[in-house]
Design a binder for this molecule. Sequence first.
Ligand code: URA
Length: 179
Amino acid sequence: MNPIDIDQVNQQISSCRLCPLFLERKLAVPGCGPASAEIMLIGEAPGKEEDLTGKPFVGRAGRLLDAALEQAGLERSKVFITSVIKCRPPQNRKPKKSEIDQCRRYLDSQIEIVHPKIICLMGNTAVQAVLGMQGIAQLRGRVLQNRYLVTFHPAAVLRNRNHMDDFVSDLKILNAGSQ
Ligand code: URA
């Protein structure tokens, strides 16, 4: 038995004051999806719409992610989606190392409790935080340590639509890896 369950982790995140980002957030964004999900997707940090709703990937990047998941034959409702940090950085700046370090315990708990078969690291912040590696261009489309699939962050695909085909094909690997 796990000492705590996913709802308890999500509650801890919602009332977290470990770093100064709590001062400016409307809502923390713990993540969502079934605690029994075989697939976990990890992004960078909530944006404006996520901060207002408390839900991950509901803004423009989220809509692109939804479209890519559908093209890859994945149902969003079966996937656990979260981000490296759970509160919006002002002006959507990159998360600071200190914020990532403080927030890390929550991501670790989520990974431990959900225990997904395969974890998709979307973008450099997730790859750096979880694997301590950098370089999406070289790493994307590869499954590392038999568990981590690296791909673009959906916001990067929004900025460069030429990445959409690769993004969808990476998510197909994820789909196959979860079987
Ligand atoms: N980008 C992220 O990394 N996470 C979100 O929840 C939204 C946008």
